[in-house]
Design a binder for this molecule. Structure first.
Ligand SMILES: NC(=O)c1ccc[n+]([C@@H]2O[C@H](COP(=O)([O-])OP(=O)(O)OC[C@H]3O[C@@H](n4cnc5c(N)ncnc54)[C@H](O)[C@@H]3O)[C@@H](O)[C@H]2O)c1
Length: 442
């Protein structure tokens, strides 16, 4: 099948590539010329495990190509996916500027049989508005389907190849038949292909992200309460999660959720509710708890250092909003870096994949480590913001030797408290009592 994917970002690039892997001829279009040039050289603009190899293979096989030319890419496509960004506007609603621009740019080039598929996360009612706009521009009706994407950055290729479900919102069965055919190779394990109205498909995406965000904010608030009450969140989590009605997924306490989806989608759904005259009490609480949680390490540092952060060196491990991605959009680490700079601290950071993105934001305002351990030289504390696997088993003795003071603020509960106590660290974590060594001779 000939497919055009407009927007070659995390979603467009990954899904377009996966469609080409199953034998389709895919052209990815983007307005970012530099990005398209890089992709045509086989140079990945994002870090996503396993992606580069599949992109290379499919470029070589002639099934995958990249262009800025909408007209040629769309003209003979049976499916035209729209996967541009829908970032938050100032009032929290989804900014659909890029989506409307794309509708206008693809419309004149669509062939009569084409099905337009909105993959971007968009407010309920956007599909209907897109259909109306196509009709206005073309003077005829067009099949506009909604096919929200549920992939997770860091595991995007796998999620795309083996989705838990595929959700499709259509007005005509013919449109869902084409999509069913496209997704057949990805659903061999018997996962469902769910057909519903465009409005339900649009809502299903927001509701899923809002639910996951709610779980995270719930466990974070519970963890903070555990600290006050002398309970340990790890034990509490076990006590809860073994209940089959609750489970363990997405119930890890931490420094709050970030990324390009959860924060903006919770706010966009909330703004949609307000626009329809409903007060979104849970959604607003989830967002507020999360904003508070992004400052949880700051609170602990204030208590530990008092007003004395000037001239202190703070090392940070983990900058991406989650492991296995280089994406730093709304990453909790950025909130910490900004605060530390305001306090006059010296900040030295390390991340396996996100350093370039952070460097583009902060330049020489902060220092960058090439390896986790060397980031710690003479540091007065280490803060951990992302749970990369490489941080799970560090050499604590070596860490202690390098640091000016053995203090760890662990925003992801990576370590056993006993281990850090034995190694002589002062150890702050989330929802657990602080470890304070009896004699701290360093
Ligand atoms: N990133 C995720 O994990 C994820 C997961 C599920 C759904 N989504 C949703 O998918 C959508 C895309 O997200 P993303 O993370 O891939 O965004 P992104 O910012 O990584 O990519 C968007 C791309 O669209 C391009 N673009 C913008 N305007 C364009 C235009 N007029 N013509 C052609 N290209 C244009 C941009 O240059 C960019 O490369 C969003 O609605 C997002 O909420 C994202």
């Amino acid at each position: 099948m000939k497919i055009a994917v407009v927007g070659a970002g995390y979603v467009g690039l990954v899904t377009g590539t996966c469609f080409s892997e199953s034998g389709n001829e895919v052209r990815c279009i983007d307005i970012d010329e530099a990005k398209i040039e890089r992709l045509n050289r086989g140079d990945m603009p994002i870090y996503e495990p396993g992606l580069e190899e599949i992109v290379e293979r499919n470029i070589e096989a002639g099934r995958l190509s990249f262009t800025t030319d909408v007209a040629s890419a769309v003209a003979d496509a049976k499916l035209v996916f729209l996967a541009v960004g829908t970032p938050p506007a100032d009032d929290g609603s989804a900014d659909l500027t890029a989506l409307w621009a794309v509708v206008r740019s693809v419309a004149p080039h669509l062939n009569e049989q084409a099905v337009v598929v909105i993959k971007s996360t968009v407010p309920v009612g956007t599909n209907a508005k897109a259909l109306a706009l196509f009709q206005e521009i073309l003077g005829r009706t067009v099949d506009v389907a909604s096919n929200p994407e549920f992939l997770k950055e860091g595991a995007a290729v796998n999620d795309c190849m083996f989705p838990d479900r595929v959700v499709v919102g259509v007005r005509r069965a013919e449109a869902s038949d084409v999509l069913r055919q496209l997704y057949e190779p990805f659903l061999r394990t018997g996962k469902p292909f769910l057909v519903m109205s465009p409005e339900s498909a649009e809502m299903a995406k927001y509701a899923a992200n809002a639910m996951l965000s709610t779980k995270i904010s719930f466990i974070n608030e519970t963890a903070n309460l555990c600290e006050l009450l002398g309970a340990d969140i790890n034990d509490v989590r076990s006590g809860m999660g073994h209940d089959s009605r609750i489970g363990f997924a997405f119930l890890f306490p931490g420094v709050g959720y970030g990324g390009s989806c959860f924060p903006k989608d919770v706010r966009a759904l909330s703004s949609l509710a307000v626009r329809h005259g409903m007060k979104p009490r849970i959604l607003d609480a989830v967002d507020k708890v999360n904003q508070h949680q992004k400052r949880v390490l700051i609170k602990k540092m204030e208590a530990h250092f008092g007003a004395g952060l000037q001239q202190k060196t703070i090392a940070i491990w983990g900058l991406a909003f989650k492991p296995r991605t280089d994406d730093i959009r709304e990453a909790p680490a950025l909130v910490l870096i900004d605060w530390l700079l305001e306090q006059g601290a010296r900040v030295r950071v390390y991340d396996p994949e996100a350093l370039d993105n952070v460097r583009a934001m902060y330049g020489d305002k902060i220092e960058y480590g090439e390896r986790p351990l060397e980031t710690l030289n003479d540091a007065d504390a280490l803060a951990i913001c992302t749970e990369w696997d490489a941080f799970r088993q560090p050499d604590f003795a070596e860490m202690r030797n390098r640091m000016a003071a053995p203090v760890v603020f662990d925003g992801r509960n990576l370590y056993k408290r006993d281990r850090l106590a034995e190694a002589g660290f002062t150890y702050f974590s989330i929802g657990r009592a602080t470890v304070i060594p009896e004699s701290n001779d360093k």
